[in-house]
Structures are given as structure tokens and as C-alpha cells.
Design a protein around this ligand. Structure first.
Ligand code: 6PG
Length: 479
């Protein structure tokens, strides 16, 4: 075989990734798609790429140099298993199969185990950056074996985005670690988007500015500590005018947000791990709430405050919203990294959290200046238990917290939903609290279920005889 890398699945993401690979020095790219038309279209429309097209899996395998390395770019799900099985049939021990889709990490763990039995390497790799990123440089989060990384590393480094001179790819950890981290990336993406949406809504309702004027606000924010791809594209979307009606596009788009599931996975996984990713969860739920028109239709008449937001100084208000957004964003990332830390412990991955922050600085949807601060925090304290307790973030929260509180309060008073802002603040205050009412919850659990409790003043596990004489006894620990 002449090709050092192959791509299976030539929809937009696959085609773009194949073109990206082909454009880098040293790569010869074999391409295969179930229906040959797509292969033919790609090869004829990009003669400069020098693709090696295949009409069957056998031909595809034959066109690859050993160890054969192929990246699967098909819609995540059952289709992925079919392609893996077909490749396993034509590949040999030592070859490498990479799944570049948004697979659920537990599927990746299962697949890696099954494929490993054949001696073939299986690598689940998260790829972020959408179509544009696939073409010009994505952020790549590969899992899989150390052996596969030897061959795969240089290839992936050749196509990844570059941030501060470093390619946005690292060997995240074994088996499903890459897809796990990509999943959390998407959860953070959901939170970031929801926070920006809440900021926009508050500014619009509080100041009466038009979407185009608010676009200017975001463009301005993009020059400061909030600088990020999502803030940048928010300005673009808000500035867009609908050709048909002449209205701001954002006013003619149906306000029901879709989701393909990765945000929900992040939250489901966090629930299993016992990690409070409340900001991410609110972002997922906000999309769910928006997408129930039948419920919203019968709820419009529910009582609310008679007055809307009263803003005396629009500029000061906007600055407060900006600070609330920044503080909430710190919480969302802190929660996301907490989930990665917990996932690594649960699944026995050694994940370098600072390296994750670094590979998210370029190429991916959540790319932002801010990630440098996270990388710095982990460089200083690699096993930092709570990201937002790093000195830089503490200082930022100190600057922001009073604005944050006033914005959350103002939103509640005016009846404007700000679920991600307010849940982030509640999380923050929960973390800070010296005593939590969890003590009462323990008392209640002990009352109705003899679930026992621990005491602050001595070791051991206790139960109060609630339906007896209410004396306390030592008990077996039942959690
Ligand atoms: C990325 C994105 C991408 C994701 C889309 C859509 O990193 O490039 O996360 O993988 O599929 O953003 O996600 P939703 O349809 O769930 O919003």
C-alpha cells in the first residue's frame, strides 16, 4: 500500500478531514465510502489532494502501508460498529482503527476491548471544531493504546490546530479516555452557549438594545478576558439580518434548541460519578424546556412580576452582565474539569488536566484565551481538587461576585430565566459554605429509613431511635 493514512466515511466531516490530511507534507490519503459516488466526488473535485480511492474494504486495506491506519468518520451509533467489523476483517494485528466520531465513551471502551482481542489497535478520538476545524485544524482528543500513539501521534499532530506554537492534540489516556474528554468538552460547550444566551437576553430586556447593537457589545467583550470563538460567533449571529423579512435573523429563528445528545451524556455520566455539573445540566435542560412548545403554549398566562427589568445605567448593567458571565463560565469549566478528574479516577486513566486545557486552546468550539489560565492553574498545582480555587480564578471571582449576585437577583425579580447564571452561583455558594443543610437531610434520612449519620465531634456511625425513646445508638455504616 502507498497510503499512510485512510479515511472511511466521506460526508462533510470525513471529506474535510481527508483533505486536511492530504494537504500536510508526508501524507498520502486513502479514502473509502460505502457508496462510491461520494468517494468519486471527493477525488475528482480535489485532484490536488492525490487521494487513493477504494471501491471496497479489501481495496482500501490493500492501499494502506503497514501498520495500516484508518480514521472512521461516520455518524456515531450502530453504523460505527458495522464499519469497525468490516475493517477488522481486512486489517491485521498491529494495524490501527480510529473512530473520529462523537461516540459514547462506554461504547469506545467496549469496542477497544473487542478489537484488541484481534491484535488490532482501536482508538476512540474526539475531534472538535466542526467542518471548518476538520478542514483547517481541529482539536483532537485520542484515547487508545500507547502502541497506537507511536504511529498516530505524528499524523494527528500534522493536522491539528496550532495554539501558541503547540499542536492541539495529546494522547489523553487509554481506551475511552479521548471520547470521555470530548464528551465533557461538549458539555462545557453547552454551558458556554447557554451562558452567552442568557447574557444576551438580559442585555436585550434590560437595555432595549437591538441585536445588532448587542453584537457590538459581544465584539467588544471579545477583546477582553472573555475572548473566545463562541463570543465571536455570537456577534456574527446577532448582526445577521434575515433577507426575507429584514428582521434580525435571531428574531425569526424558532426558539427551540436542538441537541444531538453529547450534553446529556455529560450530565448522565456526571450523575453516575456523583459530580455536580449543575451549570452544564441547566444548559442541557434549558434546551429541553425550549423544545416543549405544547407546555410553553399553556404556560404563558402563569403569574409573573408586573414589572420588567429596571436598568438605570445601561453601561453599568452590561458590565455587570459581563462579570456574571465570566464568573459563571469559571464555574462551568471548573465543573467540567471536575468531571474529567472523577472520570479518570473511576476508569483508571491518567489524564493530564493541564494538557487538556492546552489542546482546547485552538481548533475546538470552546477555544478561548481563558484556557491558558486553566493550563497555568494546573501547571502550578497538577492535582488541584477544585479548579476555581486557583489564585487567578479566586481573584476573578472576587472582582465579579457582587455583579454576579446583583444580576441573578435582578433576573429573578424581573422574572427572566437565567438558569445557568443562577445555578452556577448556587454551586459557588454551596462550595463556599462552611455548613450545609445536608446535615438536616441526613437527619431526615435517618428518621424515615435509619440511614444513619456521622457526627462532627467524634468518629463512628450513629442512629437516633426516632420511633422509640429518641436516644442515639452506634450503628453500622449504611451510607
Ligand atoms: C465540536 C462540536 C460537535 C457537536 C456539535 C453539535 O466539538 O465540533 O461539539 O462535535 O456535534 O456542536 O452538538 P449539538 O447538536 O448537540 O448541539
Amino acid at each position: 500500500g502507498v497510503a499512510n493514512i485512510g479515511v472511511v466515511g466521506l460526508a462533510v466531516m470525513g471529506s474535510n478531514l481527508a483533505r486536511n490530511l492530504a494537504s500536510r507534507e508526508g501524507n498520502t490519503v486513502a479514502v473509502f465510502n460505502r457508496s462510491y459516488e461520494k468517494t468519486e466526488h471527493l477525488v475528482t473535485s480535489h485532484p490536488e489532494a492525490g487521494f487513493v480511492p477504494a471501491t471496497s474494504y479489501e481495496e482500501f486495506a490493500a492501499s494502506l502501508a503497514k501498520p495500516r491506519t484508518a480514521i472512521i468518520m461516520v455518524k456515531a451509533g450502530a453504523g460505527t460498529d458495522a464499519v469497525i467489523n468490516a475493517l477488522v476483517d481486512v486489517f491485521e494485528p498491529g494495524d490501527i482503527i480510529v473512530d473520529g466520531g462523537n461516540a459514547l465513551f462506554t461504547d469506545t471502551i467496549r469496542r477497544e476491548k473487542a478489537v484488541r482481542e484481534t491484535g488490532i489497535n482501536f482508538v476512540g478520538a474526539g475531534i472538535s471544531g466542526g467542518e471548518e476545524g476538520a478542514l483547517n485544524g481541529p482539536s483532537i482528543m485520542p484515547g487508545g493504546s500507547d502502541e497506537s500513539w507511536v504511529t498516530l501521534g505524528p499524523i494527528l499532530r500534522s493536522i491539528a490546530a496550532i495554539a501558541e506554537g503547540e499542536p492541539c492534540v495529546t494522547h489523553v489516556g487509554h481506551d475511552g479516555a479521548g471520547h470521555f474528554v470530548k464528551m465533557v468538552h461538549n458539555g462545557i460547550e453547552y454551558a458556554d452557549m447557554q451562558l452567552i444566551a442568557e447574557a444576551y437576553d438580559l442585555i436585550r430586556r434590560g437595555t432595549g438594545k437591538t441585536p445588532a447593537e448587542i453584537a457590538d457589545v459581544f465584539a467588544e467583550w471579545n477583546r477582553g478576558e472573555l475572548e473566545s470563538y463562541l463570543i465571536e460567533i455570537t456577534a456574527e449571529v446577532l448582526r445577521q439580518v434575515d433577507a426575507e423579512t429584514g428582521l434580525p435573523l435571531v428574531d425569526v429563528i424558532l426558539d427551540q434548541a436542538g441537541a444531538k445528545g453529547t450534553g446529556a451524556w455529560t450530565v448522565q455520566t456526571a450523575l453516575n460519578l456523583g459530580v455536580p455539573v449543575s451549570g452544564i445540566a441547566e444548559a442541557v435542560f434549558a434546551r429541553s424546556l425550549s423544545s416543549h412548545p405544547e407546555q410553553r403554549a399553556v404556560s404563558g398566562g402563569l403569574p409573573g412580576p408586573t414589572e420588567g427589568l429596571r436598568v438605570e445605567d445601561p453601561d453599568a448593567f452590561i458590565e455587570d452582565v459581563r462579570r456574571a458571565l465570566y464568573a459563571s463560565k469559571i464555574v462551568a469549566y471548573s465543573q467540567g474539569f471536575d468531571e474529567i478528574r472523577a472520570g479518570a479516577a473511576e476508569y483508571d486513566w491518567s489524564i493530564d488536566l493541564g494538557a487538556i486545557a492546552k489542546i482546547w486552546r485552538g481548533g475546538c468550539i470552546i477555544r478561548a484565551q481563558f484556557l491558558n489560565r486553566i493550563a497555568d492553574a494546573y501547571a502550578e498545582t497538577p492535582d488541584l481538587p477544585v479548579l476555581l480555587t486557583a489564585p487567578y480564578f479566586v481573584e476573578a471571582l472576587e472582582r465579579s461576585q457582587s455583579a454576579w449576585r446583583s444580576i441573578v437577583g435582578a433576573a429573578a425579580t424581573a422574572g427572566i430565566p437565567a438558569p445557568a447564571f443562577s445555578s452556577s452561583l448556587a454551586y459557588y455558594d454551596g462550595l463556599r459554605a462552611e455548613r450545609l443543610p445536608a446535615a438536616l437531610v441526613q437527619g431526615q434520612r435517618d428518621f424515615f429509613g435509619a440511614h444513619t449519620y456521622k457526627r462532627i465531634d467524634k468518629p463512628g456511625t450513629f442512629h437516633t431511635l426516632w420511633s422509640g425513646d429518641r436516644t442515639e445508638i452506634e450503628a453500622e455504616d449504611t451510607h
